[in-house]
Design a protein around this ligand. Structure first.
Ligand code: SF4
Length: 485
């Protein structure tokens, strides 16, 4: 698509907006003499008393335009927003299509609600802003406002600089799912088992150094979260070594959450669950993704729907107090009826948390490379609506949500919870209002205070992490510098 920007430099925002309509589009500069049928022109013109903002879009020879006139003294940010609005209107008229999230491209819509409320707006004013400025649908505004009110009720949303969560990255999985875009290593070979042992040894050292820093700075640990990957891809012995290390180096007395994403049922054994229980893990994930075996096979998951149910019942018998189940809307071969069955089945099991994801097609997934076709858009929107309605009827409320690039139909991921079982970590990581100290490959520490966020990046891949381990330890010093500045 040919793209022309005149009188402004909002290339990133204009391109991001076009991508919500055309996720795989590629851009080139506009050439008036070219024969390209698809093009967009956006223009900001400074007049004597006003600013003129114009967008024209042309697809297959058909054109639509929209424009706004604003006062001279509006901020650059407001002018940019209005230019994007003109483009959104031109594109949606041309395609005869309204998007559920309108022109919102950010991944944290509830954070926008927080900011608008902090500026003194009432919920009704926020509703009006989201509807008229961003063109968000009533359904998604309701979702945002409900999520916001659950967060207000359940969590301290103001930044508390001395309170933190600990994230431990376990980037290993038994096999790789075809839609996966995470840095996660399949562990089928002997070499990868060796890599994993070495990795845990280094992780223990990084945890010890982090624990020492935390102690010296007098920080208070609120939640521990093992993510990945699939943490239960580790053996029971390696898991126990990590739990012992955490117990030794951190004060767990004020913990409100201890989560291990068990995730794949093909990694869960009674022995591992017993270890989790012994070290007081309070929340685990057992993720069906779908309760349709054909869908699971097709995406490379080596377990059945019945395996999920068996693991769930095993964890329940052991008394794990909070269980989350992830489902994905839009997987190939999933019909509306089979997705509805998955939601109904999850509700029937009564886990405390159910998280509904929308399939995202990332370039780093096998799925993208194989040119797999996801479900058609409107069907996925119907799946997501069904999930929201039925979960709410069953007593689950949305408590965090986020969006990613390349989600089908520009939809969202939503964490639902029975009252009183909301995961603090999921809220803090999304709303970015608490420090997260992160260890392991691919982990990103986020240091949060009133002035903003500083990040420390660990090496991405397990072999890089093992090889560059001393550098990882050196970077931890930045935590001390942050608190002592
Ligand atoms: S279980 Fe999760 S992290 Fe592992 S391969 Fe599948 S999608 Fe990726």
């Amino acid at each position: 698509m040919k793209l022309s920007l005149i009188g402004h430099n909002h290339k990133y925002q204009i391109e991001s907006l076009i991508k919500i309509f055309f996720p795989t589009v590629r851009f080139s500069d506009h050439d008036q003499s070219g024969t390209e049928k698809d093009w967009v022109i956006t223009r900001k013109k400074q007049g004597k008393h006003h600013i003129y903002l114009l967008a024209i879009a042309c697809l297959n020879g058909k054109k639509q335009a929209a424009h706004f006139v604003m006062a001279q003294d509006v901020s650059e940010q407001e002018a940019r927003l209005q230019l994007c609005a003109a483009l959104y209107l031109a594109l949606s008229r041309l395609l005869n299509r309204q998007l559920p999230w309108g022109m919102m491209t950010g991944i944290r819509p509830v954070k926008t609600v927080h900011q608008l409320m902090e500026q003194g707006n009432s919920p009704e004013q926020v509703r009006k802003i989201l509807k008229t400025k961003y063109f968000v649908s009533d359904e998604k505004i309701d979702l945002c406002l409900k999520t916001f009110s659950v967060q207000q009720r359940c969590f301290v949303m103001e930044c508390q600089p001395k309170v933190f969560s600990l994230y431990i990255s376990i980037p290993f999985c038994p096999t790789r799912c075809s839609y996966c875009s995470f840095v996660s290593q399949a562990i089928a070979t002997k070499a990868s088992i060796e890599l994993m042992r070495e990795y845990v040894k280094n992780l223990i050292a990084e945890l010890a150094v982090t624990g020492e820093i935390v102690k010296n700075l007098g920080l208070k640990l609120e939640s521990v979260y093992f993510g990945g990957g699939t943490p239960t891809a580790l053996s029971a012995e390696l898991l126990e070594e990590l739990f012992v290390c955490i117990q030794k180096h951190f004060d767990l007395s004020q913990l409100s959450e201890y989560t291990v994403e068990a995730g794949r049922p093909d990694t869960i054994t009674l022995e591992k669950l017993q270890v989790l229980k012994k070290y007081r893990v309070s929340r685990i994930s057992i993720n069906p993704q779908s309760f349709n075996d054909e869908v699971l096979r097709n995406v490379g998951r080596k377990h059945t729907a019945q395996d999920v149910i068996d693991c769930y019942q095993m964890a329940r018998k052991l008394g794990i107090s909070c269980i989350n189940m992830d489902l994905i809307a839009g997987l190939p071969l999933e019909s509306l009826e089979s997705f509805q069955h998955s939601i109904d089945q999850a509700i029937a099991l009564q886990p405390e948390n159910i998280t509904v994801h929308t399939l995202t097609i990332k370039r780093s997934s096998d799925f993208y490379a194989a040119g797999e076709k996801p479900n058609r858009n409107s069907l996925v929107a119907e799946m997501v609506s069904y999930a929201g309605n039925h979960l709410r009827q069953a007593g689950y409320m949305p408590y965090y949500l986020y969006r990613q690039k390349n989600m089908i139909d520009n939809l969202e991921n939503v964490g639902y919870s029975k009252p009183g079982f909301e995961s603090p970590y999921n809220v803090y990581i999304m709303e970015e209002n608490q420090t997260i100290l992160a260890v392991g490959a691919g982990a990103v520490t986020k240091l949060v205070d009133e002035t903003g966020i500083s990040r420390i990046f660990n090496y991405k891949y397990p072999y890089e992490y093992n090889n560059g381990f001393s550098e990882m330890i050196r970077r931890k010093q930045q935590v001390v510098n942050f608190y002592e500045k």
